[in-house]
Design a protein around this ligand. Structure first.
Ligand code: HEC
Length: 110
């Protein structure tokens, strides 16, 4: 009964492949959430201040968040504007930029 054996083996192999892939994707997305990883996602930056912070491993994403909070959101609020991280970012996990983000940031940092 060679065919059956071969089938069982290929089924097992498929499961292993899925498992390994799951592990790989899982560990990858854990990093993407930035819990441990302090590096910035973007490869290209529009703002020098952000670029510099991201280029410095001792500052990194944490420092960018601080900058956004203190230099952008606080300033805007002080000026009477309604603003939070989601005014410019889709979410606070990946910090994907909204269409208005650059122009609005320029107003406060530029
Ligand atoms: C006025 C718009 C605006 C607001 C408000 C804002 N951001 Fe940003 N943020 C930007 C822009 C634009 C960039 C990209 C900068 C560049 O390209 O140099 C950015 C980049 C970032 C990055 C780097 C992303 C990466 O990994 O590449 C982080 C982290 C971040 N912002 C966090 C925050 C947090 C936290 C808040 C709220 C306290 C916030 N931002 C509020 C506009 C904004």
């Amino acid at each position: 009964m060679v065919p059956t054996k071969t089938r069982i083996r290929s089924v097992l192999l498929t499961f292993c492949a899925m498992g390994c892939l799951g592990l790989f994707v899982g560990s990858n997305s854990a990093r993407a959430e930035g819990e441990v990883d302090n590096s910035c996602k973007a490869k290209v930056f529009k703002f020098d201040v952000v670029k510099k912070l991201c280029a410095d491993p001792s500052k990194g994403k944490k420092a960018v968040k601080k900058l956004m909070k203190n230099q952008v959101v606080k300033k805007a609020k002080a000026a009477g504007e309604k603003m939070n991280c989601k005014s410019c970012h889709d979410n606070t996990k990946t910090f994907t930029l909204k269409k208005n983000a650059e122009a609005d940031l320029k107003k406060w940092l530029g």
